[in-house]
Design a protein around this ligand. Sequence first.
Ligand SMILES: C[S@@+](CC[C@H](N)C(=O)[O-])C[C@H]1O[C@@H](n2cnc3c(N)ncnc32)[C@H](O)[C@@H]1O
Length: 307
Amino acid sequence: MIQLHTPVLLKESADYLVTKKDGVYFEGTLGFGGHTQEILNRLSNKGSVVSTDVDQSAFDFCKEKFKAENRVKLYKFNFSLIDVLAKIESLEFFDGILADLGVSSFQLESAAAGFSYSKQSELDLRLDKSLRKTAADFINQETEEKIANVIFEFGEEKNSRKIARHISVARKNKKIQSTDELKKIISSVTNPKYLTKTLSRVFQALRIYVNDELGILKSFLENSVPLLNIGGRLVVISYHSLEDRIVKEFFKYESLNCICPPDAPICTCGKVKRLKIITKKPIVPPESEIKSNNRSRSAKLRVAERV
Ligand SMILES: C[S@@+](CC[C@H](N)C(=O)[O-])C[C@H]1O[C@@H](n2cnc3c(N)ncnc32)[C@H](O)[C@@H]1O
């Protein structure tokens, strides 16, 4: 049986996020509603949550799950469009904003979703099925150099050139359409000792690229800050170093009052500090959580507060 999803750093993220019982919160990555439910548990009857996900199955599941709950508004929307959602809901500010990035266990484990190299399925990897290009389109249509760059940049895979070369040769004979076909090509050029890690890196790279996950994360962070009430918190859980670096650097930049060169006699940059960093170091799951939910092992939680 496929497990839907076990929410990661549930208590820790809600402890940081929910500072007002009557507040209005935004959860950008609804999934199977674990974090949304935890936020609701901490709110009074006057509090509310706007939650969104791009995945149709997650959205449909939560429509049913929360059908008797009038404090939650659900959308099938990209979280980077938080500003549009605020307008639709006639909201000027949120009291807290949460994103639990990446994919759910259900998305990883369900063959239909096509996110995992361990499941035989179409090479799709789109979170939002209305996006035009699948991973198969990318692999079959892009130049060898572009494929190598994507695998290197988003998967941090050292063998990217060799893998891209073999993809480019294989696709001349037959279009690469399934996760299995891609897996075979990667296996043919990878030392079996490193195969699992290499497959994860390549599939991660393709997923990040197809869904523009890093670009979307940057827009989400940028659009979120002006929508936070003073004292409201931006809470982000990330699952790999590329995401975590973006969050860390964004928080650092937004917490600076001045970006003039250190030797400048007076400040001329006009930079305004918008955030205070609450978690100097990222919060990681305790051993007990990693033991019971192995997927949580790479999670990092960062929090900043609107000033
Ligand atoms: C780690 S899961 C969230 C799990 C959820 N917190 C729970 O407890 O059930 C991440 C979810 O974010 C969704 N997602 C990823 N990128 C998104 C985006 N740009 N906009 C909206 N949802 C997104 C995925 O479809 C997935 O359902």
